[in-house]
Design a protein around this ligand. Structure first.
Ligand SMILES: Cc1ncc(COP(=O)(O)O)c(C=O)c1O
Length: 403
């Protein structure tokens, strides 16, 4: 089943009164008002907002004694499906498990090819190998850093079964163009939403376009459960199969009709997730506000600032600049200068997938020039919701000095 964008969509089955929370962090307190930043006092590149509500929720689960998968997971799944506008959601223990079990449930296996962007986290492609299929790497757009629809067309073969589009850095890929390609060629579209909780394309939430949307809740993500993942889908059969796969292939207790895994989410993780989901919109707004500040106050020459496509509601999992060649400064030198000034930066990602040692033997002649250029010029700056406007100002001043 391939879903294409449409304006009106059937929403989640149940309507739960999802709670919203303010985003005070128990870690945020005690930050100095006046920056005295340096190597021993850094503005971190990521920091989860964990407040008293998460602590209370975890305590409630621990006190209940029901630590493994149970009612908290059921409720989190329903609330997450409702948030994304899908009929079903299946919680699991990582974003990698979400991708792996989705590919497995769809019957993708040895002999099949799956098209993935060359510029993303390894799990987008390693999950394809986990089911025995072959990832086919295609280049990205130089402005959005997302998969190039035209490049997908060039790589479709009779073996191609699916495309995994990644909403990289929190910005939706060109869902309309990629969905049309998938529909025209009978391919399954899987959305890798690991970095884009709450992002919207043409007003609709990511995770609701493809046959499945795969989320990660790792602590650096826009919301967390500690470790964790989720698959959203409108297909109840796919959801049912996923539930089996993540629980040892069990259909009824101790009867197993397929080889499965233990990819289950715990009640503890789900309890954190429910509170975090109630904070997600507020946390994303803070990311957007910080991104707007950086966008406005960073120098416009020497570095390339992020580009937001008109269709996107970007949730800035990362705020990524690109160092222009004329700057004459390498990523490593730039990172070192930022580190000395107390600003943690990161490279997402320094090696294109087709050049990863683990894939090198399988990719004869693959060329993805944009991905290769980005890998040696991108740099992520802190944009997470815990940083203040003052810290944003400090980041801009320091980068202006360096540039
Ligand atoms: C694009 C992308 N896909 C998949 C994953 C895998 O998620 P997890 O770390 O929860 O397994 C990540 C996590 O960093 C990611 O960024």
């Amino acid at each position: 089943m391939i879903s294409v964008p449409r304006g009106v969509r059937r929403r989640g089955e149940s309507r739960l009164p999802r709670r919203t929370y303010s985003i005070r962090s128990v870690h945020g307190a005690g930050k100095p008002d006046v920056p005295g930043y340096g190597a021993d006092h850094m503005i971190p590149i990521a920091q989860p907002i964990i407040g008293q509500e998460e602590i209370n929720a975890v305590q409630e689960v621990i006190t209940s004694g029901m630590l493994a998968r149970g009612s908290y997971v059921d409720q989190f799944e329903q609330e997450f499906a409702q948030y994304c506008g899908t009929k079903c959601a299946v919680a699991m223990n990582s974003g990698t498990a979400a991708l792996h079990s989705t590919l497995y449930a769809l019957g993708i296996a040895q002999g099949d090819e799956v098209i993935v962007p060359d510029f993303t986290f390894i799990a987008t492609a390693s999950s394809v190998r986990m089911v025995g299929a072959t990832p086919v790497f295609v280049d990205i757009n130089e402005k959005s850093y997302n998969i190039q629809p035209e490049a997908i067309l060039e790589h479709i073969t009779p073996k191609t079964r699916a495309v995994i589009g990644v909403h990289l850095y929190g910005q939706p890929f060109d869902v309309r163009a990629v969905s049309e390609i998938c529909e025209d060629h009978g391919l399954v579209l899987i959305e890798d939403c690991a970095q884009a909780h709450g992002a919207r394309y043409e007003g609709r939430k990511v995770g609701s376009f493809g046959t499945a949307g795969c989320f990660s809740f790792y602590p650096t993500k826009n919301m967390t459960t500690s470790e964790g993942g989720m698959v959203t889908t409108d297909d109840p059969h796919l959801a049912m199969k996923l539930r089996k796969i993540i629980d040892h292939g069990q259909d009824i207790k101790y009867r197993h009709d397929l080889i499965g895994f233990n990819f289950r989410m715990t009640n503890i993780e789900a309890a954190i997730g429910r509170v975090q989901l109630g904070k997600l919109d507020a946390m994303n707004e803070r990311r957007q506000k910080n991104a707007a500040y950086l966008q406005q106050h960073l120098p416009a020459s020497g570095i390339v600032l992020p580009y937001c496509t008109p269709q996107s509601h970007h949730v800035y999992h990362q705020f990524v600049i690109r160092l222009e060649e004329k700057l004459g400064v390498s990523q490593d030198d730039f990172m070192r200068m930022m580190h000395e000034r107390g600003i943690q930066t990161a490279i997402h990602y320094p090696i294109p997938l087709h050049k990863q040692p683990v894939f090198a033997h399988a990719v004869n002649g693959t060329r993805c020039p944009v991905s290769e250029t980005c890998a040696c010029s991108v740099l992520s700056l802190p944009v997470h919701p815990s940083i203040s406007e003052q810290e944003c100002r400090y980041i801009c001043t320091q980068i202006s000095e360096v540039v």
